[in-house]
Design a protein around this ligand. Structure first.
Ligand SMILES: Nc1ncnc2c1ncn2[C@@H]1O[C@H](COP(=O)(O)OP(=O)(O)OP(=O)(O)O)[C@@H](O)[C@H]1O
Ligand SMILES: CC(=O)N[C@H]1[C@@H]2OC[C@@H](O2)[C@@H](O)[C@@H]1O[C@H](C)C(=O)O
Length: 405
């Protein structure tokens, strides 16, 4: 029998873990993939952060730029979130005894994102100061590997930033793999703490960027005015009116006019919050909801998508979905319309990218992060693997399986 030129790569069962900028918890999802195609979707779940961990992570974000690696609060938060990730992995394994995991993709918690373009405030100078760029995801991959007795791929973004890229977004190659066969141009919009889009152009090229705030500003506003962590079902925004003068002043931020690729730190837009001084709780929520939608609509794109598919927690907010439908010229639907799990997509993505990392395939492209050439990334940790024993000393806390809507 003649051998074909291409050597195949056996698909793996991989658990992807993502804890996003909303600081709400860990999403975990199981996939069978070779890093190019998804052969099976296993279960997914969300393991919420306890309020004290959420508060301590939120405090670390404010101090991240000056944090020493040995800072006691940093070490405590790193350990706590790594243990929670370990719990999430073990719970997921219990849900899928017929899909034994081979590998874990561990994103970690971003506490600082300062790629060169944000450090210098201009994309043009990126090449000169690339060495100054930095992105920081905390998490103890060796501890996770020891807890789960699995090899762990982590540190997905640093190689891209070191090479002069934005280090984000990294979901585009996963979105593009799932979009194969859809009518183009087509876009996926992720409404997390920060919002990001993937555009698959008519010729199949993939373009991506962060668009602006997703839910993070609105979450902080809701916490300040209602004491609740987010604007549940958009109730606050729906009771208010958009302050167009404030909205336009916010949209004057130079980030919005920059073409893709571009990325953001969760705190980048906190500089615009003083513009809302004196605006009431409801009108402020309506204005921040409109800001997220307008930032997407005004992102300079070479082609307008024929359809938008929305993932991330923001798609549960009807006020935000309505604002997007009004701002965008093409239909806007949740990714469930494609049969995808919108709350598990990012976790699945880091499973998919873990397998790509293992294979040395690119995680990013010049058109997705601005990196000069297709860039691989991620680091493998399998040191310290010990037989799984933590169940005897770590009680499982609350978790919920991701619904298939
Ligand atoms: N019912 C709801 N009503 C309004 N907003 C909601 C609802 N459910 C979720 N959200 C929003 O979704 C957010 C969580 O979204 P998600 O889990 O996608 O964030 P993330 O994974 O942290 O984000 P990122 O993509 O930035 O990493 C919450 O903080 C909240 O703002
Ligand atoms: C630095 C960082 O963690 N960025 C996140 C964040 O959350 C959304 C947006 O900002 C995106 O750039 C990225 O996450 C997704 C999963 C990504 O890399 O595609």
């Amino acid at each position: 029998m003649a051998l074909s030129g291409r050597v195949g790569f056996a698909p793996l069962n991989v658990i992807g873990l993502m804890s996003g900028t909303s600081l709400d918890g860990v999403d975990a999802a199981l996939l069978r993939t070779d890093g190019e195609r998804v052969l099976a979707h296993g279960p997914a779940l969300t393991h919420p952060y306890p309020p004290e961990l959420r508060a301590s992570l939120r405090a670390l974000l404010d101090r991240a730029a000056g944090l020493a690696p040995t800072d006691p609060d940093l070490l405590a938060a790193t350990r706590a979130l790594s243990l929670l990730h370990g719990e999430a992995v073990q719970q997921l394994r219990l849900l899928a005894p017929d899909m034994p995991a081979d590998l874990v993709g561990f994103h970690g918690q971003t506490i600082l994102h300062a790629p060169a373009s944000l450090v210098c405030g201009s994309a043009d100078a990126r090449g000169e100061i690339a060495a100054g760029g930095r992105t920081w995801q905390i998490g103890d991959a060796a501890l996770l590997s020891a807890m789960t007795d699995l090899p762990v791929i982590h540190d997905f973004r640093s190689a891209d930033v070191r090479a002069g890229g934005e280090g984000a977004p990294l979901a585009p190659l996963y979105h593009a793999a799932l979009l194969a066969g859809q009518a183009r141009p087509v876009a996926v919009l992720n409404l997390g703490g920060v919002a990001n889009l993937t555009l698959v152009q008519a010729n199949g090229d993939v373009l991506a960027c962060d668009t602006g705030p997703g839910n993070a500003l609105l979450d902080d506003w809701a916490m300040r005015h209602t004491g609740r962590p987010f604007d549940q079902d958009g109730a606050l925004a729906r009771a208010g009116r958009v302050d167009t003068a404030v909205l336009e002043a916010m949209l004057a931020h130079p980030f919005f006019a920059r073409p893709a690729p571009k990325s953001l730190d969760r705190l980048t837009f906190h500089a615009v919050l003083p513009l809302l001084e004196g605006v009431g709780a409801e009108d402020g929520a309506a204005t921040l909801t409109a800001l997220t939608a307008q930032a997407v609509a005004r992102t300079p794109l070479p082609e307008q998508p024929k359809a938008w598919f929305v993932c991330g927690g923001g798609r549960h907010n009807p006020a935000l979905m309505q604002a997007l439908a009004e701002a965008l010229p093409a239909p806007v639907q949740a990714v469930e319309a494609l049969g995808w799990k919108g709350d598990a997509l990012e976790a699945e993505c880091f499973g998919f990218l873990a397998v790509r990392s293992l294979r040395g395939l690119p995680l990013s492209l010049p058109t997705t992060t601005g990196v000069p050439a297709p860039q691989s990334g991620g680091r493998l940790t399998c040191g310290g693997i010990t037989p799984y024993a933590h169940a005897t000393w770590l009680p499982f806390t609350s978790w919920r399986e991701t619904a298939t809507e």
